[in-house]
Write a protein that binds this ligand. Structure first.
Ligand code: AMP
Ligand code: MG
Length: 418
């Protein structure tokens, strides 16, 4: 049985507004200060087929040479290079064709001077041969092949270990695996790799007015826009969405959900100081509400804290605020726990403002802009509830707290959504 929820007037900030707001730097610094305690996620073994994008937990040392044998890099004839010396199109030299070397098989026997073996790309170089004469430089003459050019020793032959040497470190711990890395791992006989287990992220979508994502809006009820957006952001940043659920603005349901098994909890909605905004108080009661209210726009009613080994981010329900607060704070933490860089995951370009971009001193602004070539135009309609401002925009400009904004013609840094 739970005690009745009677907020004490001093502890409860609801409807009083934020007495003061933390700076974006203070909020970021708080995240960075608590991350080390969370950073020891265990490694997990995954098959190569699902390892792309994962963060390697260990160095990978090749147990083998690649290639493990000297092999032909061309279709042509395996020869002793010196047998071709002096050969030209006008003065072809004749070699006796002794047989054929195919990929995957070794040729029995040793090539002797005056002989050639037909050889395919990838086939092991036969004993006695030291070069491959490409088919383009030859002409057939019955059982003989005419060399119409010369090849020196080693020509068109891949040497043992020329790609990867045994005992060489091919990939370092911390690497975010690329598709071609999987090819290299496979080529040295690795079928499973140890990767950092993605942080489990629990998404809680609160709001009595919400209908499940993708439901047609009905009367005064609106469809959840934040659930699908947050799931995609979490996956982009290397987190695993442990669950994403809608819950009512009900203290007991929120309290229980805050205790879900996860490294990170994202609460959408109810993060502010309204009568139905329970999450900040519950977090303060059950754990630590470290930051509540941030000097930024949008997202000022965001908060964050800790609860028994979980990092909790309180994201405002307005979808633009939710996106912005996620990107400034939650995404940073998820990327760090996932072993990735904490830097913004957006490409940056420089551009020139075509209109002024107004901002208020004392808060960080997240201004959506359109980009046309070199021109950067702030969007006129850009309230926190206008989520389509983020789809019409090509990116955003962050105006620092100490700036009043920028005049037309100013050069700005744009983070591109695409
Ligand atoms: P809140 O942060 O709960 O005070 O909500 C602020 C505004 O965002 C209200 O207009 C809510 O209806 C709206 N809102 C809250 N959650 C969502 C959501 N998941 N999707 C779309 N709009 C939301
Ligand atoms: Mg709400």
């Amino acid at each position: 049985m739970s005690a009745p929820e009677i907020p004490s007037p001093n502890a409860d900030v609801r409807m009083r507004g934020f007495a003061q707001r933390a700076t974006v730097e203070a909020a970021t610094a708080w995240i960075d200060s608590v991350l080390p305690a969370f950073s020891a996620l265990p490694a997990t073994q995954v098959a190569l087929s699902v390892a792309s994008g994962c963060i390697l937990a260990t160095d990978i040392i090749s147990p083998v040479n690649v290639p493990g044998f000297s092999r032909s890099m061309m279709d042509g004839f395996a020869v002793r290079g010196e047998d071709t010396y002096g050969a030209t199109a006008y003065n072809p030299l004749s070699l006796r064709i002794r047989g054929t070397c195919l990929p995957g098989k070794s040729f029995p026997g040793t090539l002797v001077t005056g002989e050639a073996l037909r050889i395919m790309t990838g086939a092991p170089l036969p004993a006695g041969a030291d070069a491959v004469l490409p088919v383009e430089q030859t002409e057939l003459d019955g059982l003989q092949v005419l060399a119409r050019g010369e090849v020196s020793t080693g020509k068109h032959v891949a040497q043992v270990g020329e790609d990867i040497r045994a005992d060489e470190c091919v990939l370092r711990a911390g690497r975010q695996l690329r598709p071609q890395d999987l090819g290299v791992l496979s080529s040295i006989g690795v079928s499973q790799v140890s990767v950092i287990r993605p942080p489990r992220v629990r998404i809680l979508i609160t709001g009595n007015e919400l209908l499940p994502a993708g439901t047609p809006p009905d009367g005064f009820r609106i469809a959840d826009a934040n659930g699908p957006m947050l799931s995609a952001l979490v996956m982009r940043d290397g987190g695993e969405v442990a669950a994403s659920d809608m819950i009512l603005d009900d203290p007991q349901s929120i309290r229980e959900a805050l205790l879900s098994p996860a490294e990170i909890i994202l609460v959408s909605g109810g993060s502010s100081v309204g009568v139905e905004d329970h999450a900040p108080r519950l977090l303060a009661e059950e754990g630590e509400l470290a930051i509540h209210g941030i000097a930024m726009r949008p997202s000022s009613p965001a908060g964050m804290g800790r609860l028994s080994g979980r990092l909790v981010f309180l994201l405002p329900g307005n979808p633009v605020s939710c996106l912005c607060a996620y990107d400034f704070f939650a995404g940073r933490a998820i990327r760090a726990l996932a072993g990735r860089s904490t830097a913004w995951p957006y490409r940056q370009i420089r551009g020139t403002l075509v209109r002024k971009l107004v901002s208020t001193v004392g808060r960080v602004d997240y201004a959506r802009v359109q980009v046309r070539g070199d021109d950067v135009e702030p969007l006129a309609i850009s309230g926190a509830s206008i989520l389509s401002s983020t789809t019409r925009a090509d990116g955003f400009v962050i105006v620092p707290a100490d700036s009043e904004g920028y005049p037309p013609g100013a050069e700005v840094n744009v983070f591109l959504y695409g």
